[in-house]
Design a protein around this ligand. Structure first.
Ligand code: F6R
Length: 589
């Protein structure tokens, strides 16, 4: 989702901003732009497209100045047009802003501003920020007061950064419900929506919290509350690891991240025993446990529910973060929320956690991005520890989440045998990855396919959902995941000659029943791709997976599905790293 960035220092801002903006590309975007300030003028260039293309045709790096702001936009209000790209200028061009989030009351504010003769150039909600600041700046006499007066008018979620023609020595910002941090360098400072943007320049960061205003200059920073009252904030050393984002020899980050899983699965098991104990205790004592998450992380939560039931004998509720509000009235200080999120910045989960907190519930987070908003609002957290995930579609974070959930549930049951088995998984993952040619041949057959189904029962059902989600987002083929038992309750009507169905059918208690579903599908002409450790003549194509303990099958069987989606994307000339319309961190509701 939108990436925001600002630099003030001793070197020309534009070339640096263009380079650092590329580190925010993974968040997903449709347009980009930058503005710099020098000699009492703001220079701005922006367009639709990728950062490299825009930088070359608009010659972005030639913009002069030692301070500037930059943005990657993921459209919410207003189409994907050059005018709607950020930055946005005030009427008189004295102030430029970039924004991430949604200003809910922008229509009313725009009407008021237009009545006061402000003229708008875009159809965005964001542009009102430049005009409000323009109105407030003269009266306020300084940047912090101008921002303070501006935020009093806003409702919604935002992190925005503003550049002032009259004072090129400072850059101001404010945050409410969208991520924002300050990077503190040597004679240079940054604002960014994530640490990865400036980490190769500095690993000292200050996290701007909700309802805070911040100001940077070349010498330092200042943070106040929304009323302009100074706050004492201490810098934190952030992990250098987040700068490790090279594709190495892989064609795409997604491919690299799929292949990394033989190591990342093991890393999910590197947990401080005291932390695991504390989380286990928290869950054991809770009267009610809710697992909440979105998208792929939600599929991990569905599996977490099964692991907690099977091992720890705990019956838990699973909810999509965006639907959690319906359960609000059941929350109290005996409830524990397990919030599962790779990014820790998903707006839906942050809102759900906020609701839970208001009701007195405790919050345990399973996260990858340790310096995220979620990690700073929870009571306890465990890291899935899989390193930066750049491909927009979650791959390695999913297997790490389910590995950790399996580990946690088995620890709660004092079932230590499981850890050894989990560690042995690495080799089995390599074994699967070595078969990528087989998977590619299957993906090739999907060229003319418009619909695809994934089926599985028990622990394989969440994987069927995940296989379908991966296929949709990477290849744009319509796909549906369903419990094999549900086929006959409706979806079987869609199965005709050659309808492709991927059957997740390792040899466990669900094997025979799923094989029966496969027979029913075959009787209607379906073309079935079996994913199993046991071959059957019913399958038209077969992807072999190794034998592992039954509860661990999901961790390895999802990998060929990720590869299948990846290769289907390549067959269709789609860019697997940046699926259209999608963003890595979904920071708006
Ligand atoms: C799908 C995908 C998304 C995310 C979802 C939640 O491949 O990546 O569905 O899983 O947006 O994101 P996090 O886990 O960061 O909260």
């Amino acid at each position: 989702m939108c990436g925001i960035l600002a630099y003030i220092g001793r070197e020309p801002a534009a070339p640096l901003l263009v380079r650092l903006l590329k580190k925010l590309e993974y968040r997903g975007y449709d347009s980009a732009g930058i503005a710099t300030v020098i000699d009492s003028a703001i220079h701005m260039a922006k367009d639709v497209g990728r950062v490299d293309e825009i930088a070359s045709h608009l010659d972005l790096t030639s913009l002069r100045g030692f301070g500037g702001i930059a943005h990657t936009r993921w459209a919410t209000h207003g189409g994907v047009t050059p005018e709607n790209a950020h930055p946005h200028l005030s009427c008189d061009g004295r102030i430029a802003i970039v924004h991430n989030g949604i200003i809910d009351n922008y229509k009313k504010l725009r009407e008021e501003l237009e009545n006061r003769n402000h003229s708008f150039r875009s159809g965005t909600d964001s542009e009102i920020l430049a005009h409000l600041l323009e109105d407030n700046y003269d009266r306020a006499g300084n940047e912090i007061t101008a921002v303070s007066k501006t935020v009093q008018k806003l409702s919604g979620s935002y992190a925005f950064v503003a550049l002032f023609r009259q004072n090129p020595d400072v850059i101001a910002a404010a945050r409410k419900d969208s991520p924002l941090m300050i990077g503190l360098g040597d004679g240079e400072n940054f604002f960014a929506s994530d640490v990865g943007a400036f980490i190769d320049r500095t690993d000292r960061a200050v996290f701007v919290d909700n309802r805070e205003i911040a100001l940077i200059n070349t010498q330092g920073f200042k943070v106040t509350d929304f009323n302009g009252v100074s706050l004492r904030k201490l810098p934190t050393d952030v992990a250098r690891e987040v700068s490790d984002v090279s594709r190495e020899d892989f064609a795409h980050f997604t491919e690299k991240e799929i292949h990394e899983q033989s190591q990342t699965i093991n890393r999910a098991l590197i947990q401080t025993p005291e932390k695991i104990l504390a989380v286990s205790k928290e869950l054991a004592q809770a009267e009610r446990i809710y697992l909440i998450a979105s998208g792929t992380s939600y599929h991990a939560a569905l599996l977490g529910k099964i692991y907690l039931a099977k091992f720890a004998r705990r019956v838990v509720e699973v909810s999509l973060s965006s639907e959690f509000r319906d359960l609000e009235e059941f929350l109290d200080d005996h409830s524990v929320i397990v919030a599962i999120s790779q990014s820790g910045e998903t707006a839906d989960i942050l809102e759900a956690v906020g609701i839970a907190r208001q009701r007195g519930a405790r919050v345990v987070a399973l996260i990858n991005a340790e310096e995220s908003s979620l990690s700073r609002t929870c009571d306890l957290s465990l890291s899935i520890n899989c390193g930066p995930e750049i491909g927009v579609a979650a791959t390695k974070s999913f297997t790490s989440q389910i590995t950790l959930l399996n580990f946690l549930a088995s620890q709660m049951a004092q079932k230590r045998r499981n850890q050894v088995e989990l560690e042995a998984l690495s080799k089995k993952v390599d074994n699967i990855l070595a078969q990528d040619k087989v998977v590619r041949r299957v993906a090739h057959k999907f060229n003319a396919v418009s619909d695809l189904y994934f089926i599985g029962r028990g622990v394989h059902y969440p994987i069927a959902l995940e296989g379908a989600l991966k296929m949709k987002e990477l290849s744009y083929i319509h796909a549906e995941g369903l419990s094999a038992g549900e086929l006959k309750h409706g979806t079987l009507a869609l199965v005709t000659e050659n309808t492709p169905v991927v059957a997740l059918n390792p040899e466990d208690a669900t094997y025979e029943e799923t094989l029966n579903s496969v027979s029913e599908l075959k009787a209607r002409g379906a073309r079935v791709i079996g994913v199993s450790n046991r071959v059957s003549t019913l399958y038209d194509d077969f992807i072999q997976i190794p034998s592992v303990p039954n509860d661990l099958f999901p961790i390895i069987e999802v990998i060929p599905l990720q590869l299948l989606a990846y290769y289907a994307a390549l067959e269709r000339q789609a860019d697997p790293d940046y699926p259209r319309n999608l963003a890595k961190s979904v920071t708006v509701k």
